[in-house]
Design a protein around this ligand. Structure first.
Ligand code: FE
Ligand code: FE
Ligand code: ZN
Length: 189
């Protein structure tokens, strides 16, 4: 066990992040389609593009370390994404959107914690090029989290109103469903 150095931990946590980011690349397109708010949908689609770039940054780091990025499954991210899928199954309309924001912020906070750690290790291990790349990703995760907080201000309000009107305004809900259906058709096209 004496050979389990900080360098070993660094590579292991980078592999965990590689798995996280790849799970997100797979999961985000479904979430982009499931939400009602166009702004939220655009924000998640935008972060999906950033996430693909984050995968490339990690591959670049592995290449320069002479290590393979594969071999670890991030079960933490898997759990967070499973809970996100439950929200999508259990809710609809702006309440679903509010729940997706909550799930997405869990993702971002988890990533912020993990990237914060590997940034600290990269600095101690004097991997300055890695550090530059990891800091870029960390900034993107923080910005994504802030954007979600911003969007939650109106979306949570919409969710509050839609639940108080639930029984008295079925017509409006029907109309919303139509809108969401035509939006989905547009996205699919
Ligand atoms: Fe990420
Ligand atoms: Fe993990
Ligand atoms: Zn992220």
């Amino acid at each position: 066990m004496a050979d389990q150095t900080l360098q070993t931990l660094y590579v292991s946590e980078l592999r965990d992040l590689y798995s996280s980011e790849q799970q997100l690349v797979k999961a985000l397109p479904k979430i982009v389609k499931a939400v009602e708010s166009e702004e939220l949908s655009d924000a998640i689609a935008n972060h999906l593009e950033e996430t693909k770039n984050q995968v490339s940054r990690l591959e670049q780091i592995f290449e320069s370390l002479g290590e393979t990025p594969k071999g670890k499954k991030c079960v933490g991210m898997q759990g967070i994404l499973d809970e996100g899928s439950e929200v999508i199954d259990d809710f609809e309309g702006s309440v679903l959107d509010a729940g997706v924001i909550s799930a997405a912020q869990r993702v971002e906070h988890y990533e912020i914690a993990a990237y914060g750690s590997v940034c600290a290790y990269a600095e101690l291990l004097q991997r300055s090029e890695d550090l530059g790349l990891l800091k870029e990703t960390l900034e993107e995760e923080k910005n994504a989290d802030e954007k979600l907080t911003q969007l939650s201000e109106t979306i949570n309000q919409d969710a509050l109103q839609s639940s108080s009107k639930r029984d008295s305004d079925l017509g409006r809900q029907q109309a919303k469903r139509e809108t969401s259906r035509s939006r989905k058709t547009r996205t699919a096209a």
